[in-house]
Write a new protein. Structure first.
Length: 174
């Protein structure tokens, strides 16, 4: 095997391993983004257990074909950067939306999550979902609300009973 073929095979294997292990994949257009912005973006992705790789289209198409992900093939054209990860796709979409605010030329072409193809609007909607911690807090508040109401009602009944007893006591004293 020649050096060039070996290098291409290594790149293809790298693409496959990243995509095969990923729970989600987002194809982005990174044209017009400065190197510093890209560095910050990658750093934010790493904080969320995600990564990004700029792909060689022909090798990436072959890797997708080998992984039986043919539904994504038509979206591999032009300059493509692939964002991939295992955890917290919502957090990653929030990071993507932040970069989009700073660089209007940046966009998500398509996403792939739970064996479903997502268009750019659906990816944007994912970013609007509250984080896991916020959702946990909302669930706890919902569970806590009936208990708080019960305590308030019981406290009110006890206070009423105390007021009645005080009234009886004052009557007897006078």
């Amino acid at each position: 095997m020649k050096i060039g073929q070996y290098t291409r095979q290594l790149m293809m294997d790298d693409y496959k391993s990243k995509i095969e292990d990923a729970e989600y994949v987002f194809f982005t257009n990174f044209k017009g983004i400065s190197a510093d912005s890209m560095k910050d973006f990658r750093s934010q992705l790493r904080k969320n257990s995600a990564g990004m790789v700029v792909v060689n289209n022909s090798l990436f198409r072959r890797a997708l074909g080998d992984l039986k992900m043919d539904v994504l093939l038509e979206h591999v054209d032009g300059e493509v950067a692939v964002v991939y990860g295992k955890d917290e796709p919502i957090a990653v979409t929030k990071v993507i939306q932040e970069l989009k605010k700073e660089n209007e030329s940046f966009c998500v072409r398509v996403g792939y999550l739970e064996d479903r193809l997502l268009n750019s609007e659906e990816v944007k909607e994912l970013a609007s979902i509250p984080s896991r911690e916020v959702l946990y807090g909302q669930v706890v508040n919902l569970m806590k609300s009936p208990i708080n109401s019960l305590v308030f009602v019981l406290k009110g009944n006890i206070q009423s009973l105390i007021n009645v007893i005080k009234g009886i006591k004052e009557k007897k004293e006078s």
